[in-house]
Design a protein around this ligand. Structure first.
Ligand SMILES: *Cc1c(COP(=O)(O)O)cnc(C)c1O
Length: 363
């Protein structure tokens, strides 16, 4: 049996007619940037996250960049983030002109280790980015306490966690502002690049919107040194349709994850920590000391897996300027050597899940 890592085709087959009809409507309407599709999607997504404002933008990295710019964070400032995130979190900070300061993740739940944050705070620190990695919401309580104590902003990187919840609160509403990605492979994905910012702060929302639109609030009046990062009408239209189905698709992901959690029982494989039922399982990530051997073993048996992420940020060539070598972040480095993401997607059959579990248990 062959089990692919992920495919979007079951989602798209299910809503193909809706997507095509909406594409035709947008085409015929003839307005492609900043029109009614975007307005409607922003309203729907703000509601979905339980926040007052949503601003569409070009992609997830831009979303984080725009938040930083609107908060006035740039040259000479430091921003704290976990060392095991996707590099875009750090690149957004660098792109804004600020310095990313990495801290260790917890090897238990893969999320930023709150107990490591205070030691990384300096007089230059302006914000902490909580990354809801793999679809699990960060418990931001302790992070908010620290932010209050030191006068910092809490920014969420919610690129992997649309709809994830913690203690009844939805991701996107947990900090001062959140950045979302709608890259096609994310839990809510466009048919191309797209992103959004959510916040309850009206002033911040207005500033983000302006910076994303050449720094302009009124046509040809430019208040900020802005950029062009907007969410196109066609993508907004597609996202609006897909958002209506998201909870059902997430539920299907949860059912697969629950089976993995209950039925994978190989002592060589550690299962992901799951402290709440608000996890949206963007990825199902196990740990194994013999990870590379396990990956090869699965490949030989037709099961495709991926590694998120094989090289921590401080060991990337692009961040050589950090001047950090091996052992700078032992927990992040350990995870990079041991994590493996299993197949998990909407439309995965019971037989496929059975097979993955059976093969893993025989390793
Ligand atoms: C995907 C992702 C991003 C970047 O989103 P893009 O839309 O690809 O720019 C940022 N942070 C995390 C954690 C991501 O997974």
């Amino acid at each position: 049996m062959k089990v692919t890592f992920s495919t979007l085709s079951f989602m798209h087959q299910e809503i193909r007619d809706e997507l095509l009809a909406c594409f035709e409507e947008t085409l015929d309407h003839g307005w492609f940037i900043q029109g009614r599709q975007l307005q409607k999607f922003e309203k729907d997504f703000a509601e979905y996250c339980g926040v007052k404002h949503c601003i569409g933008c070009g992609n997830g990295m831009d979303a984080l960049y725009l938040i930083l710019r609107a908060l006035g964070i740039g040259s000479g400032d430091e921003v704290i983030l976990p060392a095991n995130t996707f590099i875009a979190t750090a690149l957004a900070v660098s792109y804004a002109g600020a310095t990313p300061i990495l801290v260790e993740p917890s090897v238990e739940d893969f999320l930023i280790d709150s107990s490591c944050i205070e030691g990384a705070i300096t007089l230059k620190t302006k914000a902490i980015i909580a990354v809801h990695l793999y679809g699990q919401a960060v418990d931001v309580g302790e992070i908010k306490n620290l932010a209050g104590k030191y006068g910092l902003f809490v920014i969420e990187d919610a690129a992997q966690a649309h709809g994830a919840q913690i203690m009844g609160e939805t991701v996107g509403s947990l900090g001062h502002a959140a950045g979302f990605s709608f890259y096609p492979g994310k839990n809510l994905g466009a048919l191309g690049d797209a992103g959004a910012i959510t916040t309850n702060d009206g002033m911040l929302a207005q500033k983000v919107r302006a910076i994303a639109n050449y720094g302009s609030e009124t046509k040809y009046l430019h208040k900020y040194l802005g950029v062009n990062s907007r969410l196109d009408e066609v993508q907004a239209a597609m996202l609006r349709i897909k958002l209506r189905h998201l909870n059902k698709w997430t539920q299907a992901r949860r059912e697969i994850a629950v089976r993995y959690l209950q039925e994978i029982n190989n002592p060589k494989i550690s299962l992901p920590y799951n402290n709440n039922d608000g996890h949206v399982w963007h990825l199902f990530v196990v740990r194994c000391k013999e990870r590379d051997i396990l990956q090869q073993y699965l490949k030989e048996r037709g099961i495709e897996t991926l590694i998120h992420y094989p090289i921590p940020i401080h060991l990337q060539t692009a961040y050589g300027q950090m001047g950090l070598g091996e052992n700078a972040y032992p927990a992040a480095e350990l995870l990079a050597k041991e994590v493996l993401s299993l197949p998990l997607y909407y439309g995965m059959t019971k037989q496929e899940v059975d097979y993955v579990i059976e093969i893993l248990n025989k390793f």
